[in-house]
Write a protein of this length. Structure first.
Length: 359
């Protein structure tokens, strides 16, 4: 029987609760589909700072490298907000992405039919269907560029640098085009080429790569316009290809179209088959420990892991169908509307399991 080793980084805030539910669902799916999963827990973020003094201990990197894939909850919280930049939980997240070479971040934003009413956009704006894949570069650009503080004529200043090389743009662009070939065959490359030199190189490089994908329709958009188009006419997008910072911002915006950021999963991939899977949302310290968080984004992250890293597309489908199924019956508070049964985080996990059991 095939066995997979999964590194588990529960993280902070609601992280442990939502990861618990995702593991419950993965174990059941494995049993159903005839494979086994072993878990290796490690520390990342605030919990790692408390236990070891640093947000990303070496042991965590080693465990993730040894695993077939990594499942992450969320990191951060007010307790660690006043620490210096290099010791913040977020630094641990950026660090693990870099250490594992995870340069491609896939963030699907789509409407789950039963949640259509939860979208803040009018039905006529959403249109028939909505399925956007934001492909965000994850280990370059301004989040990793040179930064510092200085003093100019007695005035305090600080700077961060946006820099991209051709190979960095090349590899992320190919991920976007490859994905587009399996979807709607459209790539919209988002930049700020009217101002930034790094964006001009980005655009030139993407234009070159596009020649290898004659079937894919390539368009370009400035990031400010894209932010507007996402709420004006979101269904025009298929794959959105963009830099680290623009992807960070646009993926939050795109996710909200779906009704709740509590629904959306993400995959971070590198050159090897292994990857890191996590919900798009944060650690929600305000509701941590209350068993009311929505575990579906983490459960859907497991579905992405099964598809993109573990080669178990059938198991992945099972989870996606189960999630779509439960949404017609039960809701966690973030997506609750009258007429449904309001459930806790663990009850939501149980409901997904019940659906899978019945398959
Ligand atoms: C995300 C988060 C992180 C990022 C933060 C916590 C560093 O916002 O995954 O989108 O900017 O990448
Ligand atoms: Mg973000």
């Amino acid at each position: 029987m095939k066995n997979y080793r999964i590194a588990v980084l529960k993280g902070d805030g609601i992280g442990p609760e939502i990861v618990g539910e995702a593991i419950k669902v993965l174990d059941l799916t494995a049993e159903k589909c005839g494979f086994t999963v072993e878990y290796d827990e490690a520390l990342l973020g605030g919990c790692a700072i408390d236990a070891t003094g640093v947000p990303l201990p070496d042991e965590t990197v080693a465990k993730c490298k040894a695993a077939d894939s990594t499942l992450l909850g969320a990191v951060g919280g007010p307790k660690w907000d006043t620490l210096p930049g290099h010791l913040r939980p977020e630094k641990g997240l950026l660090g693990i992405r870099a250490a594992l070479g995870l340069f491609a971040n896939l963030r699907p934003a789509r409407i789950f039919e039963p949640l259509r009413d939860a979208s803040p956009l009018r039905a006529d704006i959403i249109g028939g269907s909505l399925d956007i894949m934001v492909v965000r570069e994850l280990t370059g650009g301004i989040y990793f560029g040179e930064r510092g503080r200085l003093e100019e004529n007695g005035v305090k200043a600080a700077y961060d640098t946006e820099k991209y090389s051709v190979p960095e743009i090349d590899r992320i662009a190919r991920i976007a085009f490859d994905l587009a070939m399996k979807r709607g065959k459209k790539v919209c490359s988002v930049d700020k080429a009217n101002v930034l030199e790094s964006s001009r190189l980005w655009r030139e490089t993407v234009t070159e790569i596009a020649k290898d994908y004659p079937e894919v329709e390539l368009s370009y958009m400035y990031v400010d316009n894209c932010a507007m188009q996402l709420v004006r006419n979101p269904s025009q997008f298929d794959v959105v290809l963009t830099s680290n910072i623009f992807g960070d911002i646009l993926s939050d915006e795109a996710s909200m179209i779906s009704g709740s950021i509590g629904m959306l999963a993400s995959a971070s991939l590198g050159a090897t088959g292994s990857g890191l899977y996590e919900p798009i949302h944060g650690s929600a310290p305000d509701i941590a420990g209350q068993n009311i968080a929505n575990p579906l984004a983490t459960i859907l992250s497991v579905a992405m892991m099964l598809k993109y890293s573990l080669g178990q597309p059938q198991a992945s489908d099972m989870i996606e169908k189960a999630v779509a199924g439960v949404l017609t019956e039960v809701r966690t508070p973030d997506i609750y509307v009258e007429g449904f049964r309001k459930v806790s985080c663990t009850e939501m996990g149980d409901a997904v399991c019940d659906k899978i059991r019945a398959m």
